[in-house]
Design a binder for this molecule. Structure first.
Ligand SMILES: C[S@@+](CC[C@H](N)C(=O)[O-])C[C@H]1O[C@@H](n2cnc3c(N)ncnc32)[C@H](O)[C@@H]1O
Length: 258
């Protein structure tokens, strides 16, 4: 489970300008709520895998009355920001963040009732090893609920997708829904379901490209610099192109550990 990307200060500034404070992925609290739809988290011990700057973890603590939320991420910089955000949000008594190494999760068996994750598993190439870890750290009856960016199929990537991945430079480990289903099933999960969010992400990305290259440009140029912003506009164009063909997509996962 290696990862190679770097969510540095400039990228965090740009992503939070687009997606809201505490979010390095699209959709904010609404999308977090949709991932958790019809789940009751009262008193639950929740893990947020790949927590970024902590938007989802803080929202869960504020809205769902869990016993605790533990956010983990491989980037110490985002973990520090998440910790500050939890203090600002007044939830530091129930939310903790931890910088971890890629690989096996540093928790005992059955430590959590819910594993939540938002758009982070895409960075973890070995879905089978990850699914085994998710199963292990969940208590019996525990639920895995996540959103993620997905490959549209298992075909070799087109030049457009290779271009996007090279520009993005975030060490993507894209896989198709079939791979996720197989990994979750092999790990022992049951009641596995997937909801496609590709049309939503596609529309949103078109709008974001207009924002990045329009309304947000003056403020972002001042904070992250013109060269970095121009590069990110190129990333967004490449992203739009692979979403338009559905070679890249997104969706929500739910699975239960029996
Ligand atoms: C697109 S961001 C999403 C962050 C957050 N979940 C959100 O929605 O704002 C992906 C996050 O996954 C983290 N990540 C990448 N590889 C990881 C791994 N092996 N274990 C845990 N987190 C990882 C990255 O550092 C980054 O913060």
């Amino acid at each position: 489970m290696e990862q190679t990307q770097d969510y540095d200060d400039n990228l965090v500034t740009l992503l939070e300008a687009l997606w809201g404070d505490g979010y390095l992925s699209p959709g904010g609290n609404d999308e977090t709520a949709m991932v958790l739809q019809q789940m009751h988290l009262g008193g639950a011990r929740v893990l947020d895998l790949g927590c970024g700057t902590g938007g989802s973890a803080c929202f869960i603590a504020q809205e769902y009355d869990p016993a605790e939320v533990v956010g983990v991420d491989v980037e110490a910089g985002v973990v520090a920001k998440a910790t500050a955000n939890a203090a600002d949000a007044g939830v530091a008594d129930r939310v903790t963040f931890l910088a971890i190494e890629p690989g096996p999760l540093p928790f005992p068996d059955g430590r959590f009732d819910v594993v939540f994750s938002k758009d982070a598993i895409v960075h973890i190439p070995d879905k089978h090893a990850l699914a085994r870890e998710l199963f292990r750290v969940l208590a019996p009856g525990g639920v895995f609920a996540a959103s993620d960016w997905m490959a549209g199929s298992d075909e070799p990537p087109s030049p457009a997708l290779r271009h996007y991945e090279a520009l993005e430079g975030l060490g993507f480990g894209l896989a198709s829904p079939d791979v996720y289903f197989a990994a979750l099933r092999a790990a022992g999960f049951q009641q596995i379901s997937y909801r496609d969010r590709t049309p939503w992400l596609c529309d949103k990305t078109h709008h974001e490209l207009d924002e990045l290259d329009g309304r947000l440009r003056p403020a972002l140029e001042a904070s992250v610099g013109r060269e970095f912003l121009d590069h990110e506009v190129d990333v967004w164009r490449a992203l739009r192109d692979v979403l338009d063909t559905a070679e890249l997509g997104a969706g929500h996962w739910r699975a239960v550990r029996p």
